[in-house]
Ligand binder design. Sequence first.
Ligand code: ADE
Length: 256
Amino acid sequence: MLNNKKDYSHIGILSAMPEEVGIILDNLKNAKSYKFGDFELFSGYINIDSSKEIFVTTAWSGWGKVSAARATTRLLSTDYHLPIDFILFTGVAGGINKRLKQWDVILADSLIQHDMDARPLFDKYVIPSINQKKIYPCHYLLENVFNNLKNNLINDDFSKFGSLYKGLIGTGDMFISNNNKINNLLKEIPELYAVEMEGAAFAQVAFQEKVDWLVMRVISDTANSNASNDFEDFLKEYKLNSFALIKSFLEVLKNK
Ligand code: ADE
């Protein structure tokens, strides 16, 4: 049970790629779309179980920090019949921490833009507009979702997925596929768990717009020289299994 004071009524879900949100679209009832240039938002209801449904708006942002920031801003500023009160960025990530394996799930307990460097005016990694290096989701919300999702992953039919972790996710405009890059990142940010290309941009917008948010990723590769092959093979399987995870996440949010 999510023991949160808020009952979220409209959930925004973004991913970078159509493969990551396609299956959500297939499950939206009474879907309605909003088009902005080459970006499209899709709203509708998702059945969590036979008695519960939840209003969701979803889209794929495209890769990278600019695309993620643009999509998050559009997601939050579109005029719906219900205002958005929680947003999630989900999809795949490269595991950097040695414990992480393909299919492990990680909830970000913080995010950093590992390619941000405005020295000498700011310390390395400080995002000037918020004057901090890391962006943190609501601690209470994170703990509740983590504990409940952990139970769901054990109890339900989640054979594909591995262990659930929480940790620091690093975001940058680069696909990481070599050990030197991993070692350089870990030398400077030893607590880094995983890397991807959108989460910290999404988190920055959510933080500045004062909306509740989380980032949840599934490990597709370990950012080494085999990363691009692992990533492509993984995506095909991920497409078939991701909805179960997203549905479980929604169930946790809605089960008050
Ligand atoms: N997303 C999934 N795998 C990744 C990697 N190795 N680098 C950056 N983003 C990723």
